[in-house]
Design a protein around this ligand. Structure first.
Ligand code: GAR
Length: 186
């Protein structure tokens, strides 16, 4: 599992595994930020974790660092790479090492509102419904084919924070369900 954020999706996945709703194991948690909350969540569940060394680039890793990442995941026995709030693009070292085996969750109904702060983009656009999407990862930004989506209605009273919180509730239900059915979809 790869993330740069607070780790609430990891928490929901670990909870689904511990309750028996998700038949999977988290082999390794990886963050590109040593202070990311996802590493605290990882410790809370007793999961192994590593931090990717600092990169010169904001939106991607150096190829040699990405190669090392792929090796670490392979060595840990990872079959499916699960991204949640990992804010860099993956390139050929990872895409070649894990063909059709990397998934991401995005806080909008893709292809609407790719990129950062998708919930804020939805509010600014004035749409009535947004949501979240689980999709296969390709070399683009939030462009891989869609696996499943969940809608979230936008309320008149919504702020970016309240809307993102409701989208995250939907994410926490959708992601474990999709991961459970993934082998059949590969
Ligand atoms: C999630 O809302 C996820 O959809 C979003 O980052 C958040 C991570 O939350 N991802 C993106 O915006 C990717 N483009 P978490 O760290 O609590 O799981």
């Amino acid at each position: 599992m790869l993330g740069s954020g607070k780790g609430s999706n990891l928490d929901s996945i670990a909870r689904a595994i511990s309750s028996g709703d998700l038949l999977a194991d988290v082999q390794l948690v990886v963050s590109d930020s040593p202070s990311a909350g996802i590493l605290d969540v990882s410790r809370k569940w007793g999961l192994p974790s590593i931090t990717i060394p600092a990169s010169r680039f904001k939106t991607r890793l150096e190829p040699e660092i990405e190669e090392e990442l792929a090796c670490s995941l392979k060595a840990a026995g990872v079959e499916i790479v699960v991204l949640a709030g990992y804010m860099r693009m993956l390139k050929s070292p990872m895409l070649d090492a894990f063909p059709r085996a990397i998934v991401n969750i995005h806080p909008s109904l893709l292809p609407a509102f790719p990129g950062v702060d998708a919930w804020r983009q939805a509010l600014l656009a004035g749409v009535a419904v947004t949501g979240c999407t689980v999709h296969w990862v390709d070399g683009g930004m939030d462009t891989g084919s869609v696996i499943a989506q969940r809608e979230v209605a936008i309320l008149d009273s919504d702020t970016p924070e309240t809307l993102h919180a409701r989208i995250q509730e939907a994410e926490h239900q959708l992601y474990p369900q999709v991961l459970n059915s993934l082998r059949a979809l590969q």
